[in-house]
Structures are given as structure tokens and as C-alpha cells.
Ligand binder design. Structure first.
Ligand SMILES: Cc1cc2nc3c(=O)[nH]c(=O)nc-3n(C[C@H](O)[C@H](O)[C@H](O)COP(=O)(O)OP(=O)(O)OC[C@H]3O[C@@H](n4cnc5c(N)ncnc54)[C@H](O)[C@@H]3O)c2cc1C
Length: 248
């Protein structure tokens, strides 16, 4: 990966939920990209003040939304607006097509999935932590890989689901399973009562211990709680890969 800052331009912004949006960026000299990686974004104000934040790639050049390719040197991120945040409100509300920024990366060689990987994959995400997991699903769909992939996605309520239509469409994809677990408000008819993930959810919605790799991504407390549940159920720590977004 390149450690240099490179110019990038916003190509498109699409709302994901009321407080988030997907942003497509075109990056100069992007280089190789692997699903699961993240980029650093640097913004510079008129007075020279700079802010840097990391964002997981939700789409890589070969695996865009629905598994279709993106344009040359394009990637996507999905940003959740934190009301008191410095950078995310700008990215969600203000950044417009044509606006410049700078990008470093892609970064990361552990929390990644290659189409040549042969083990079954379990993805577990909380909130915007689903972004790199969707990149992995999209990369799998864009490839010739047929490895089984399951996603367990913890969200507050139906209107906070990122990539909702696309995730719903995966029900027809062979060997891909998507399960949603609501923490506060569940849709009418949902069998699982709202609440945070429990041991029972790991039993019901996560592949058996020893059967593949588990990727967990979300806020610190979510990743810590899920990792504890997995370890308590006998998952090998070497088979658990985590990415933490900071915050609660
Ligand atoms: C490897 C990596 C990948 C990331 N990928 C994504 C991504 O795909 N999408 C995304 O929206 N964010 C992602 N983040 C988080 C992102 O880098 C920023 O931290 C986030 O956008 C908040 O920035 P801000 O400037 O708006 O808030 P700040 O001004 O930096 O922080 C405001 C307050 O919110 C807290 N906070 C910071 N992040 C979070 C959070 N995620 N949840 C709750 N509280 C938080 C801080 O501790 C602080 O108290 C990622 C972080 C890392 C390290």
C-alpha cells in the first residue's frame, strides 16, 4: 500500500439511512485493493487546518454494489454521521460531487478476504461496521468463489439498516445467508425479540466453531462483546478477525 497522500474526488453520494450515506470516490493511482481494507481521508480547511479519519471500503473496484464493477480507480465508503463529530457530518451532509479531498491507503492486510480464500466466512457487524463486511460479500459475488458466507447484522431498527435492498436481494444468492438482529425495534412478525446479540444468537445465526473464519466489525463495545461470546462458545481466537471503529 502507498503511504503517500493522493488526491481524490467525490464522484457520488447516496443516502443509506437518515443519518448515513455511501460516498463514491475516485482516487489517483489507487493501486491494488482488497475487500476488508480501509482508507484514511484527509480534509484541509481554507486556513490550513487538517483532519484525518479512517473509513472502511464498502466497495472495491471489482466488487461494487450488487457485485458490479466500479469505474476505474473508484471505491466507496459508508459514513455514519455522529452529531458531535468533526468530520462525519461534513462527509454525510456537505461533501458534493466534484469536491476534492486526499486519501492514503488502502490499509490493512489481516481483516481482508481474497477470492482465492477457501474457508467458509461468517461476518458479524454492528451499525456502520457492516461496511467492510458488505465489501467482502460484494467481492465474493463479483468473483467465481462459491465459499459459503453468512452475515449476522446487528442494527437498532429497520430504518437503520445499511444496504437494505441489496442485503434483502442476497436471499436468492446461493451459499449466502443474511440475518438481521434488531436491538431496539424489530419489524412486525420478527421472531427474535429486540436486544443485543446473545449466546443464543451465536448458536442460531453463526457458523459452527472450527468451520471457517469469523470477521467482526463495529464499535469497540460491540466487537468486545461479540468476541467474548464467540470465545465462550469455543471459537478459536486465531479464526476471529476484528475491526474496531472507535466510540461506544
Ligand atoms: C479502521 C477504521 C475504519 C472505520 N470505518 C468507518 C466506516 O466505514 N464508517 C464510519 O462511519 N466510520 C468509520 N470509522 C470511524 C471514523 O474513522 C470516525 O471515527 C467517525 O466517522 C467519527 O469521526 P468524526 O470526526 O465525525 O467524530 P470525532 O470528532 O472524531 O468524534 C466525536 C465523538 O464520537 C466518538 N466516536 C468516534 N467514532 C465513533 C463511532 N464510530 N461510533 C460512536 N462514537 C464514535 C469519539 O470518541 C468522540 O467522542 C472507522 C474507524 C476506523 C479506525
Amino acid at each position: 500500500m502507498s503511504t503517500d497522500w493522493r488526491p481524490a474526488i467525490c464522484v457520488q453520494g447516496r443516502p443509506e439511512t437518515l443519518s448515513s450515506r455511501s460516498i463514491r470516490l475516485k482516487v489517483d493511482n489507487l493501486g491494488p485493493v482488497v475487500a476488508g481494507q480501509h482508507i484514511d481521508i484527509r480534509l484541509t480547511a481554507d486556513d490550513g487546518y487538517q483532519a484525518v479519519r479512517s473509513y472502511s471500503l464498502s466497495a472495491t473496484p471489482r466488487g461494487g454494489p450488487g457485485g458490479t464493477p466500479l469505474g476505474n480507480s473508484e471505491v466507496e465508503i459508508a459514513v455514519e454521521e455522529l452529531p458531535e463529530g468533526e468530520v462525519s457530518p461534513y462527509l454525510v451532509e456537505a461533501l458534493a460531487p466534484g469536491d476534492p479531498l486526499e486519501v492514503r491507503g488502502p490499509v490493512g492486510g489481516w481483516f481482508v478476504w481474497h477470492p482465492t480464500d477457501s474457508e467458509p466466512v461468517q461476518l458479524i457487524g454492528g451499525g456502520s461496521g457492516v461496511a467492510p463486511l458488505v465489501a467482502i460479500l460484494r467481492a465474493r459475488i463479483a468473483s467465481t468463489s462459491a465459499v459459503p458466507m453468512r452475515l449476522l447484522y446487528s442494527v437498532r431498527a429497520p430504518d437503520t439498516v445499511y444496504f437494505a435492498d441489496e442485503l434483502a436481494s442476497y436471499t436468492t444468492s446461493p451459499n449466502i445467508t443474511v440475518d438481521l438482529a434488531y436491538t431496539r425495534v424489530a419489524p412486525h412478525g420478527e421472531a427474535r425479540p429486540p436486544g443485543r446479540l446473545t449466546d443464543r444468537d451465536i448458536e442460531n445465526f453463526v457458523q459452527e466453531p472450527g468451520s471457517g473464519i469469523v470477521y467482526v466489525c463495529g464499535p469497540n463495545s460491540f466487537v468486545a462483546a461479540v468476541t467474548d461470546l464467540l470465545l465462550a462458545r469455543g471459537y478459536d481466537s486465531a479464526a476471529i478477525r476484528t475491526e474496531r471503529f472507535g466510540g461506544a
